[in-house]
Design a protein around this ligand. Structure first.
Ligand SMILES: Cc1cc2nc3c(=O)[nH]c(=O)nc-3n(C[C@H](O)[C@H](O)[C@H](O)COP(=O)(O)O)c2cc1C
Length: 476
């Protein structure tokens, strides 16, 4: 990786989270060494390993339905993992410090229910919970919820802001500990969407040691980035492979954070990535090649390319060339379940064809090559150098690592990469706090600061702090 980028944060430390997608083909479940997607023991072992490695967080994505393209399911996708909040509550009982991040979508959930369940996790875990706020990029999730009514992109973010603002008011409406008085009622933000939000809600759960659950956000469009800039503590991005791309993303996001009236370091950047190490660079490369080959079966390769071309390519030869014709759709549509929704398919096809022709690659080889751009491969020392450089050039604050095998996939990172980082003074040697907010290095919850700036807060009267809701809504 390039060394030309200036070090702007010389003492900055690397932070880690471990991330599991809801349904995915990143984890190689077919390997004989692999544990079960459904058994608690798999996740307990990973969480304990991550805590031994002093990770900030254990983070569950959410995929409530198998992914599909034109009726064909992705062949490697697995489901069956218990609900994220329930799973994290169980993990809270067998861990002590590590943060617990639950992805929950705002399109198909209601704020009173979400606020109560997330705050319960926060209280039960002693202030270790976070909510990864997503809008969900596909209609089939809605079908699972029997909601139908998939919202337009802009409406989804408008609803997300209203749901989050309402949840925050519910959290703050509970009286401070030791404050006598009745619980204040919350009028939810009205949002003129298909699911009305304008109910009156009674808060039912007290605050935790960290006040509110920490807010993560995953969404990459300009609207998604603005939503994070106005509302989130951590942005979970897909920009975790190429340093120049990560630096561009960081500069863009920080501009948006400042425009939202916040200090630029207020939103922490944690991209998803993967780490594969070996004793020598060659051994690491060989392992990485094997992992990618397992992750990209012939059917997966055809399905990924079929998404771009907008048609069923399952009859194509995965060991043959890309289709000779152009994609039949102009843009990647929302129903395809991809964070690249809206991307111009013909531009992608042109780029892929040029690579395939120059390097002489088949369909499957091309997809394997592309997936190789997702992460860090090398010796423990060289990977530690790269990760430290990413943090100290200001590209990221930390990384959400997706293990390629469960439950042993973090062992090398905790036992070999973390010590290398610690030797470089680039990683904590003990947890300094007890809450997730402290691990990540966050300030107090955003609404408390907004409220204090705008009007002095009276004890027990956080309910109806309308400015935060309005700011969030106008920024969405
Ligand atoms: C890195 C990343 C991770 C995501 N993880 C999830 C997830 O676990 N569950 C989900 O429903 N959506 C997830 N999403 C999708 C977002 O919810 C969002 O719907 C999608 O990215 C479209 O919004 P955008 O155009 O702002 O990116 C993720 C998006 C990104 C970029």
């Amino acid at each position: 990786m390039s060394t030309q980028h200036p070090i702007v944060r010389p003492g900055a430390q690397v932070h880690f989270g471990v991330f599991f997608q809801g349904v995915n083909h990143t984890t190689i479940w077919s390997d004989p060494e692999s544990g079960s997607q459904t058994e608690f023991a798999s996740f307990e072992r990973v969480a304990r390993t991550a805590e031994r490695g002093l990770f900030d967080a254990f983070f569950l994505g959410e995929g409530l339905r198998l992914r599909e393209s034109r009726g064909l399911l992705h062949d490697l996708d697995v489901v069956g993992r218990p609900d994220a909040i329930t799973q994290l509550a169980a993990l809270a009982a067998v861990t002590e410090r590590i943060g617990l991040v639950a992805t929950q979508n705002t399109t198909y959930n209601d704020p009173a229910d979400l606020a109560r369940r997330l705050q319960s996790l926060d209280v039960l875990s002693g202030g270790r919970a976070a909510w990864n706020v997503v809008t969900t990029d596909n209609a089939w999730t809605g079908a699972n919820f029997r909601r139908g009514g998939y919202l337009d992109h802009a409406d989804r973010y408008e609803r997300a802001a209203a749901v989050l603002a309402t949840a925050r008011r519910i959290w703050d409406a509970f009286p401070d500990a030791g404050t006598p008085g009745t619980v204040a009622r919350v009028t939810a933000s009205a949002a003129d969407l298909r699911t009305p939000l304008d109910a009156v809600i009674d808060p039912t759960t007290p605050r935790s040691p960290q006040g509110h659950p920490v807010i993560f956000q995953a969404g990459d469009s300009p609207a998604g980035r603005d939503f994070a800039a106005a509302n989130a503590d951590v942005i979970f991005s897909a920009h975790g492979s190429v340093l120049t791309d990560a630096l561009d993303f960081a500069a863009d996001v920080r501009r948006r954070v400042v425009a939202a009236g916040r200090p630029e370091d207020d939103l922490k950047i944690f991209p998803g990535t993967s780490i594969i190490v070996g004793d020598t660079p060659d051994e690491a490369e060989e392992r990485a090649r094997w992992v990618r080959t397992q992750q990209v079966t012939p059917a997966t390769a055809l399905s990924i390319v079929g998404n771009i071309w907008g048609e069923d390519l399952s009859a194509y030869d995965p060991d043959g060339p890309l289709p000779a014709h152009d994609p039949v759709v102009e843009e990647l549509g929302g129903e395809r379940g991809s964070a690249t929704t809206g991307a111009r398919t013909r531009e992608i096809a042109q780029r892929w064809r040029a690579i395939a022709e120059t390097e002489g690659l088949s369909i499957r080889q091309l997809v394997i090559r592309n997936s190789g751009e997702r992460g860090f491969v090398g010796t423990p020392g060289s990977v530690a150098e790269d990760l430290t450089r990413w943090v100290r050039t200001g590209a990221v604050d930390g990384f959400n690592i997706s293990p390629w095998i469960v439950p042993s996939g973090l062992d090398d990172i905790v036992d070999r990469v973390v010590p290398e980082l610690q030797e470089r003074g680039a990683y904590r040697t003990a947890y300094e706090g007890t809450t997730l907010r402290e691990h990540v290095g966050l300030r107090e919850p955003l609404p408390w600061r907004t409220e204090r700036r705008d009007e002095p807060r009276e004890s027990g009267a956080r309910a109806g702090a309308g400015q935060e809701g309005e700011a969030a809504e106008s920024a969405a």
